[in-house]
Design a protein around this ligand. Structure first.
Ligand SMILES: *[C@@H]1O[C@H](CO)[C@@H](O)[C@H](O)[C@H]1NC(C)=O
Ligand SMILES: *[C@@H]1O[C@H](CO)[C@@H](O)[C@H](O)[C@H]1NC(C)=O
Ligand SMILES: *[C@@H]1O[C@H](CO)[C@@H](O)[C@H](O)[C@H]1NC(C)=O
Ligand SMILES: [Zn+2]
Length: 531
């Protein structure tokens, strides 16, 4: 069996008319055995994991629609030298999958702020707003008060769990901000971005809310330094680049404020500082690695900036020390940005990076007591198609030319976006451009400076206690209700009475009938495992 060789042949033969694939796939037995193995595994799922989730991890791929997941799977496989289609993402290995309806209360095609309010606070909301109900109106400061809604991060903190946020965007961007802020405008990153009238009416910028609303978030990692410092404060990493100066008008130094009154609190702003921490000696960690969003993985300064996986690893080591467990939000935040810019290669590499981080989190936790959920806030008008052959580079051409304009086309296309391009009044001949380039703009049907979100459902992958409650087509705001129920936090805790573990159907359940072969010690260790 030489699948690697066959696949190389397959790549070389990408433009011939005969696709090449592993020889074993010609044998029905291969497919029967594969499916039977999968079936056996599926049958074990009848024994549901009804433990209490001590830990909850939510991975949010911003803009990670289903076509993005599939294309990233193929990319990750191809990065590993395989054909790609048959490979398995970490999220693919999760046993339960559902669909999430992503619309905002006032939008068929949603944005990341309204959706973040849904999957973090359990309430659907208007686009552009975070941590407020649909009674609040975007940019209208005086509609904030009384319409605040709290998030699962707060519910977890209220029960004594440690909590953390890790993102590749700025930490005060839409997704993370719904976890701690109540703001009618997602763009009010600091007071420097707010209209005077909103400040005078008492509305607070998101960076300020990060350190004051839930002052003891244990781990905060991402970008966004400039929003923490006063105007005319040079950035610590780019002191000679005025565009990275602080943005605050109120003169506050939020990093210093954050540190005040905390023990074992560390602020870091580069990779070495992060990786040199003794996590056993850290109760609070604030890491801000760029003035605004972190860079795309393909452009990351690997000396100065940590990868998403490295951030996740440090975060889990710190959060894990709490005997009551933790809630962690991890955002692959720049998948969305790659798509908006029409740069599919950037978006897909960001997705692969998030998947690698998922693998890291799964390896550092235990599915007996950790509920891990992977989902997206919304999709994009990204697609790939064109009857490409097996093993075709995900960034490659379809194996034919258009039967209308006789020109080749890439498999990846956008419905709209900056990749719309005419040459002498006609669609560009993509063979003359470098469609493998990191920043190649895939062609789009409608010219827009920024490609838009898509409106279709996104996937929810779940693993661990109560993961089976993701079982169909759900409203997006259902997600935190399941995570909270599973971990006995939030509003639905009737099933969590202490001391009733055996009949509650929840928490540390020993196997119902212990085999006589399992001695007392074995049973004890089993119980320990399950707890
Ligand atoms: C908010 O302020 C606007 C004027 O900017 C006013 O028209 C509106 O009635 C106010 N709403 C509330 C709820 O006070
Ligand atoms: C950035 O900060 C420096 C140092 O205080 C100052 O001289 C410069 O004018 C600032 N530039 C901008 C664009 O804010
Ligand atoms: C497109 O460009 C390629 C490469 O330069 C060329 O071989 C092909 O003939 C062109 N097709 C059309 C329709 O112009
Ligand atoms: Zn977006």
């Amino acid at each position: 069996m030489k699948p690697a060789l066959l696949i190389i042949v397959g790549f070389l033969g990408c433009c011939s008319s005969v696709p090449v694939f592993p020889e074993k796939e010609k044998d029905p037995k291969y497919w029967h055995d594969f499916a039977q193995k999968t079936l056996k595994k599926a049958l074990t799922l009848q024994k549901l994991n009804t433990n209490t989730a001590k830990n909850i991890i939510l991975f949010l791929g911003d803009g990670m629609g289903v076509p993005t997941v599939t294309a990233a799977r193929i990319l990750k496989g191809q990065m590993n030298g395989a054909s790609g289609e048959e490979s398995e993402l970490e999220m693919d290995k999760f046993p339960f999958v559902a669909l999430s309806k992503t619309y905002n209360t006032n939008a068929q095609v949603p944005d990341s702020a309204g959706t973040a309010t849904a999957y973090l606070c359990g309430v659907k909301a208007n686009e552009g707003t975070v941590g407020v109900s649909a009674a609040a109106v975007r940019s209208k400061c005086n509609t904030t008060s009384g319409n605040e809604v709290t998030s699962i991060l707060k519910w977890a903190k209220d029960e004594g769990k440690s909590v953390g946020i890790v993102t590749t965007t700025r930490v005060n961007h839409a997704t993370p901000s719904a976890a701690y802020a109540h703001c009618v405008d997602r763009d009010w990153f600091s007071d420097g971005e707010m209209p005077m009238e909103a400040i005078q009416s008492g509305c607070k910028d998101i960076a300020q809310q990060l350190i004051t609303n839930i002052p003891d978030i244990n781990v905060i990692l991402g970008g966004g330094r400039k929003y923490m410092y006063p105007k005319n404060t040079p950035d610590m990493e780019y002191p000679n680049e005025p565009k990275h100066n602080g943005t605050r008008r109120d003169g506050r130094k939020l990093v210093e404020e954050w540190k005040q009154g905390k023990k074992k609190a560390h602020y870091v702003w580069n990779k070495a500082q992060l990786l040199n921490l003794d996590t056993n000696q850290v109760d609070y960690l604030l890491g801000l690695f760029e003035p605004s969003d972190m860079t795309y993985e393909l452009e990351r300064n690997v000396k100065m900036d940590p990868s998403l996986s490295e951030m996740v690893e440090v975060a889990i080591h710190i959060l894990k020390r709490n005997p009551k467990g933790f809630f962690l939000l991890v955002e692959g935040g720049r998948i969305d940005h790659g798509h908006h810019e029409g740069k599919a290669k950037q978006a897909l590499h960001e997705t692969v990076q998030m998947d690698i981080a998922i693998g890291k989190a799964v390896a550092l936790t235990n599915e007996y007591n950790t509920l891990t959920v992977v989902t997206a806030d919304h999709s994009h008008v990204f697609s790939f198609g064109g009857y490409t052959h097996r093993g075709n580079s995900i960034f490659g051409l379809a194996p034919m030319v258009s039967d209308v304009d006789n020109k080749p086309f890439t498999s990846i296309l956008y419905g709209n976006g900056p990749g719309y391009k005419l040459v002498k009044g006609e669609r560009e001949n993509v063979s003359t451009s470098d469609y493998n380039h990191n920043n190649y703009l895939a062609q789009s049907a409608v010219p827009l400076r920024l490609e838009t979100h898509g409106g279709e459902d996104v996937a929810v992958f779940a693993k661990g206690p109560m993961a089976h409650l993701f079982h169909g087509v759900h409203e997006q705001n259902y997600i935190p209700h399941v995570m909270a129920y599973a971990s006995c936090i939030g509003q639905n805790k009737d099933h969590c009475k202490k001391g009733s573990h055996d009949d509650s159907g929840i928490s540390c359940r020993a196997p119902s009938r212990a085999s006589p072969l399992i001695g007392i010690l074995g049973l004890l260790s089993l119980i320990q495992l399950v707890c």
